[in-house]
Design a protein around this ligand. Structure first.
Ligand code: TYD
Length: 221
């Protein structure tokens, strides 16, 4: 007879990742609503930001004005500082009470943007993530993938430093890195084709949640 696996001591941690304009921010509330309809406790959050310190760092990182120089390493440290505070104030407490945490971008974004995009050695960026998060990695990462130019075209109206001052080659490295991470960790990553319509993207993302149902049966659709 199968022994039921012990109930996990915390809620599942799910991140959404993808190149700019991949539609994460519109998917996130819809995915949360779908889970809440089932009576589940869901916390939605995003990076960089979501804490008072994180929001101040967010404006240093993303505002196009004033135009000041940032090295990739300075960016990596600023994102990491915001992430530390986010893990401490928001993510760990929510997971500890058993909530599902749905987070728009996390450590994999630093690996893709600062690592592959700004060409900082990946092992160094990974070590920094380990330090910043105390080793908290997502249980599931949904990667919304689409061609770089399609994503940037969608975001033309709300441009951050990352769209304004990084060239196409930078964004191509980011996309390729995300796909490489997904290939290297197929159990954690679910790749969703973000060129499809929003309903199809939502349905594919909801299906991906089933992967966690062994540990969190409430996630079975
Ligand atoms: P945002 O407007 O929130 O973009 P999106 O809707 O595409 O997530 O801007 C976040 C930008 O910051 C985005 O270009 C990716 C970048 N970023 C990093 O470079 N490293 C990181 O660790 C994170 C979290 C984001």
């Amino acid at each position: 007879m199968d022994t039921p696996s012990p109930a996990p001591a915390r809620g599942p941690f799910i991140t959404l990742e993808g190149p700019d304009g991949s539609g994460k921010s519109s998917l996130l509330p819809r995915l949360a609503a779908l889970l809440r309809e089932r009576g589940l406790d869901v916390v939605t959050t995003r990076e960089p930001g979501s804490t008072p310190l994180g929001e101040r760092i967010r404006s240093i990182l993303l505002d196009t004005e004033p135009r000041i120089d940032h090295t990739g390493r300075a960016d990596a440290l600023l994102f990491a500082a915001a992430r530390t505070q986010h893990v401490h104030e928001v993510i760990r407490p929510a997971l500890a009470r058993g909530a599902i945490v749905l987070c728009d971008r996390y450590a994999d974004s630093s690996m893709a943007y600062q690592g592959a995009g700004s060409q900082i050695p990946l092992d160094e960026v990974r070590t920094l993530q380990q330090f910043a998060t105390g080793g908290l990695w997502p249980d599931l990462t949904i990667l919304l993938d689409l061609p770089v130019e399609a994503g940037l075209a969608r975001k033309r109206d709300e441009v951050t430093r990352f769209e304004a001052y990084h060239d196409l080659a930078y964004h191509e490295r980011v996309r390729a890195a995300f796909l490489a991470f997904a290939a290297a960790e197929p159990a954690r990553y679910a790749v969703v084709d973000a060129t499809r319509n929003p309903d199809a993207v939502l349905a594919a993302s909801a299906t991906a949640l089933d992967r966690l149902a062994d540990r969190w049966p409430a996630l079975r659709g």
